[in-house]
Design a protein around this ligand. Structure first.
Ligand code: NI
Length: 135
């Protein structure tokens, strides 16, 4: 099997808030991240696909398709957005790096050949990232 990774960067704002908790609990749990005016991150996204090399093309998939799916399904929806307010799923779900990685997977998987999406790695800072493998 061959693993191929495409990297993309995007910037977005968010804040952390759980409406089921009191304002005090939210502040205690999320600290500065609870400020409803939000704060920004420069995210780095790495999307890895897996497959066997196609003898005809020498490739595991057409990288143009991967780039197009990334741009259409992720970057167009999330780059320079206030995630809580502009990406509907994050009106309900807290837009943590974990939940963002899951949402990115959910958006990409149906737009790539079946079974090819292997990993979504999302860096919130150069020192902090999450990996999601779709389960
Ligand atoms: Ni943050």
């Amino acid at each position: 099997m061959i693993y191929l990774t495409r990297r993309a960067e995007f910037s977005a704002a968010h804040y952390y808030h759980n409406p089921e908790l009191s304002p005090e609990e939210n502040r205690r749990l999320f600290g500065k991240c609870n400020n409803p005016h939000g704060h920004g991150h420069n995210y780095t996204l790495e999307v890895t696909v897996v497959g066997e090399v196609d003898a005809r093309t020498g490739m595991i998939l057409d990288v143009k398709d991967l780039k197009a799916a990334l741009e259409k399904e992720v970057l167009a929806a999330m780059d320079h957005r206030f995630l809580n307010k502009e990406v509907p799923v994050f009106a309900e779900k807290i837009p943590t790096t974990e939940n963002l990685a899951v949402e990115i997977w959910r958006r990409l998987a149906p737009n790539l050949p079946a079974g090819r999406l292997y990993r979504v790695r999302l860096y919130e800072t150069p020192d902090l990232y999450v990996d999601y493998y779709g389960d």
